[in-house]
Design a protein around this ligand. Sequence first.
Ligand SMILES: *Cc1c(COP(=O)(O)O)cnc(C)c1O
Length: 355
Amino acid sequence: MGYPRIKSNKEAIIHNVKQISKMCHDKGIELTGVVKVARGEPALAKLYLENGVDIIGDSRIANIRKMKNAGINGPFMLLRIPMPSEIEDLVRYVDITLVSELKTVETIGKAALNKGKRQKIIYMIDLGDLREGVWFENAFDEVLKASQIRGVELYGIGTNLGCYGGVVPDIDNMSLLSEIAKKIRNKGIDFKIVSGGNTAAVYLIENDLLPREINGYRLGESIILGTDTTNNRAFPFLRQDTFTLEAEIIELKTKPSVPHGKIGRDAMGRVPIFEDLGNRLKAIVAMGEQDIQPDGMIPLEKGIKVLHASSDHTVLDVTEFDGKLDIGSILKFRLTYGALLRAMTSEYVEKIWDF
Ligand SMILES: *Cc1c(COP(=O)(O)O)cnc(C)c1O
């Protein structure tokens, strides 16, 4: 087997799936387990469904199609609001889709009717994060209109926070969402789910702060890494040892810590900054920006520091490492969500699913 590679830890992932499922189900919350960071890996989706997840979520239809073709029955939720050009596939492969445009809902309704079905939709409401959704002040009118479109079934309303603007889900914006839900229901329009949260909103369940109306969560990072980037923390009841990245040393030499010569821009167009620490023992591993987000690599061993990467080389300072290293030695890392995303997406990084 080759390097670099990512090894998954089945036991740790199962632990997280079970903990999160129980936590949600105890509060009557329907759990969508999000697998997009792993490109919709069917083995992962299977594990999620076997251990308590209700729905599999992914942002790309190509991933949902892959899982279906691998024999995973879903149900599947499409997390990215669809492109008009992919509605045929959507009606074919997706059970529930997030939406935010009436025109797209019309197209979905027509395609669904042609197939003799009704497509479930969750209408997204922007509560301030500035990614998808109708702005909350206009939500009532727009969702009412969507609910009248033939060929679709309003399965729920939802929101996404934390991902783009970094707006933290809190009691205020969750209450706003539940108020909108009540107002629509008072009009006689019913729907099953108010889909409130991603990982950044898990603390609201933990601390029992969630308005009763919110009964759907879509969770990726918390399950797969046991972390919450938006709130900058690790969940104490979840495991973080779900994946290990392994990379191979191709050069090991003592060199200055500051480059020699006039400094322009690096391979990525950045002006690198160096601190002068004198001569240091440096290792180069065969992996770069194409495969990894270097500042999201967390060395497993003490005394190793990731310095900087170009497209195919990552340079580490290993001076303080108190063990033996050589050409061909393997260094191990934990990954942040961003780094895991890039590593999973790089076809040069081998993925080892031990399940
Ligand atoms: C990716 C995504 C999620 C999952 O977010 P996490 O922060 O990984 O839990 C939820 N909802 C939508 C719409 C997403 O795109």
